[in-house]
Design a binder for this molecule. Sequence first.
Ligand code: PMP
Length: 285
Amino acid sequence: RTVYVNGEYLPETEATVSIFDRGFLMADGVYEVTSVLDGKLIDFEGHAARLERSLNELDMAAACTKDELLEIHRELVARNGIVEGMVYLQITRGSDGDRDFVFPDPETTKPTIVLFTQNKPGLADNPAAKKGAKIISIEDIRWGRRDIKTVQLLYPSMGKMMAKKAGADDAWLVEDGYVTEGTSNNAYFVKNGKIVTRPLSTDILHGITRKAVLRMAAEAQMEVEERLFTIDEAKEADEAFTTSASAFVMPVVEIDGVALGDGTPGPIAKRLREIYLDESLKAAI
Ligand code: PMP
């Protein structure tokens, strides 16, 4: 694979980053994952806008312009022959060659920017989406700025491991009795035709897919309500699903061992997945 590091395209075995990099030492960095379908980028604009917001919230400098970012994404997709897959982008605060809690001087410390691709044939026609996901609920003990897409992913990673151990596919996080989101996705349930999801705040990541799917649901005359909900409400739902840039709309068929509806992907989740894939592909660049 060819990867991109700080202005250079290199074979992955030759790409290096300092051991003092604050991304490595302190998880002081942000990232984005953009899907590739048909060799084209899905919702690049949305990811670029959120990246800019994440950087601003952390007082981090932009490593390059949006146009340069698009060019790097396209170049990596082309060089690595990605038809279906992902482009991963990470920007960290870099380092001044020492370890200190205080941010290094932005005048003299350049951010570190890394991009690489992942080849994922069968991303759109994913068999997991036909089966639907089994979810467990776990306590949300993450920090309070989940709207910033930082590389601090240890707890989400532990959550996935807890799910795997329990024979499930993923976990939904619960705080003060209410579902926040999934380990790496936004969470929804459907009851009597109405889609319910948690409103945007600093408690959850402002999903790029969430925004697109809620717009498409409204356009398809589906009813949507943004409000807090409990895991018990979700367990009593007719269906449920998650959204993310890498899994699109993923039906949920079981929560904490309780099957939803007839235990197969629900009609609204299936329809939204179809609409999302269809429209995103048309708008891909
Ligand atoms: N919430 C969390 C915690 C996530 O990690 C992700 C995936 N990055 C999402 C939601 C979904 O966001 P998006 O649709 O932008 O991928």
